[in-house]
Design a protein around this ligand. Structure first.
Ligand SMILES: *Cc1c(COP(=O)(O)O)cnc(C)c1O
Length: 423
């Protein structure tokens, strides 16, 4: 089970540790750029293709700027994500605003930035007109209901999902938006998460391309964009296969040629909004073993906790762990690797076979580059960690400092207790 290798060695980690104490999330610039180039290559056949990185996955301006240099835009769903994107220089058609249950200020901000606005519901047509205005281009999010099946079974359950609108509502939204002055339209749908199969995007594309043809015939709307959104997964487990993005791009191209081109709709631009696939494998959580404990089971306590990486506690997700310097040692010890929250689900691994771990060992928790740091929280008064960028030249840069108690208590500054805190 040791075929999954971290992108840093013990020596490199020690170099960083001299500047930044653990725990911290570390990102691999080289891996990020190479992967972004593969994504663009996979869809190079489509003239208007653009990947809009889902900011919620990893909202760090340095990483967003790297992706911008590789030709990516951003997908935002909140006011602060829009602000961060604006600060990184994203503007207009470089921003998708795919929100739901949207506050008026957020909608207005997206409109003011000239973002592509993606409406989650038919009632948002009037809401958009009222709080902002109707732009030239509007996207609508589709929910086909029922279950989403691929050859090998049910992938997800759109009928239970809160997102998107029905086909009839899409038609009505386009018709009404045209009457309000909109001229061009997009279709968006997100039907399954963390898919590890090359068939998800092509299958989704087939559904959306056919929908585009029907909606165009029914309403006369000029459909210019189809956004396949996120959901392309990664191999968190060493035995899992990785998605082949070139095969995925080719699968989408086939559907495009089959369905859209014969209808004279071959000028449609394909968008994606991947988060996980863009960054997850190129980030890791670096943490130090600070305690060991022997009761009914063997425990290793580390200095990170679920507040730094929530996925294992929240979803029972697997994240591979490597003990630096022991990459090739036999995995002959069974451990629970825990954080310090007063919650028994604060475990990065349960019954995991690992090399013998000694106090002071540096552990790399893999694949935390997306939905890792960003899902962090402050339960038990735990502080969010730093983020560090491993640059292409091998040097490193602090791209977010760790929180301090002063950050944690900052919002008490409206109370008399604030002055009594010894900060
Ligand atoms: C979360 C999200 C994404 C990204 O999803 P991944 O699984 O990280 O690829 C894209 N679009 C929307 C609207 C999202 O909510």
């Amino acid at each position: 089970m040791s075929q999954k290798r971290p992108f840093i060695t013990l020596n490199q980690a020690q170099d960083i540790l001299a500047d930044v104490p653990t725990p911290f999330h570390l990102y691999d610039e080289k891996g990020i750029r190479e992967n972004a180039r593969r994504v663009n290559q996979a869809f190079a056949w489509n003239k208007g293709f653009k990947e809009y990185f889902a900011v919620k996955a990893t909202p760090n301006p340095y990483l967003l700027s790297i992706l911008r240099e590789e030709g990516c835009g951003v997908d935002c769903s909140s006011y602060t994500e829009l602000q961060l994107s604006e600060a990184c220089g994203f503007a207009g058609s470089e921003i998708m605003f795919s929100s739901n249950d949207t506050p008026a200020e957020d909608m207005k901000k997206a409109y003011d930035l000239g973002a592509f606005i993606n409406l989650d519901d038919l009632t948002h047509v009037d809401f958009l007109a009222k709080v902002a205005g109707v732009p030239k281009t509007v996207f609508c999010r589709y929910n086909p209901g029922g279950t989403f099946d691929l050859g090998n079974g049910i992938m997800d359950n759109p009928g239970d999902a809160k997102y998107g609108m029905t086909e009839n509502q899409m038609a009505e939204a386009y018709t009404r938006l045209m009457a309000m002055g909109a001229e061009e339209f997009g279709i968006h749908a997100f039907l399954a998460s963390n898919t590890v199969t090359d068939d998800y995007y092509p299958e989704l594309a087939g559904i959306l391309f056919e929908l585009a043809v029907r909606l165009h015939k029914r309403t006369g709307a000029k459909i210019k964009y189809i956004n396949l959104s996120g959901g392309v997964g990664i191999a968190y487990r060493p035995e899992q296969r990785e998605n082949d993005i070139l095969a995925i791009g080719e699968g989408v191209r086939k559907k495009f040629e089959e369905i859209l081109v014969p209808e004279g709709m071959g000028d449609i631009a394909i968008f994606t909004e991947m988060g996980r696939f863009m960054l997850a494998p190129y980030g890791c959580l670096v943490t130090t073993a600070i305690h060991e404990k022997h009761i009914y089971k063997e425990y290793i306590g580390v200095d990170a906790c679920a507040a730094n990486l929530m996925r294992p506690a929240m979803y029972g997700s697997y994240h591979h762990i490597t003990v630096l310097g022991k990459e090739d040692a036999p995995c002959d010890h069974k451990y629970d690797v825990t954080g310090g929250l007063c919650e028994n689900n604060d475990k990065f691994a349960i019954d995991r076979m690992l090399p013998q771990i000694d106090k002071g060992d540096i552990l790399v928790i893999h694949d935390t580059g997306a939905h890792g740091f960003s899902m962090g929280y402050n339960y038990n008064g735990k502080l969010r960690s730093a983020e560090v960028l491993l640059k292409e030249d091998g040097s490193h840069q602090l791209i977010r400092r760790a929180e301090t108690p002063a950050d944690y208590f900052a919002t008490l500054d409206c109370t008399p207790y604030y002055k009594k805190l010894k900060l």
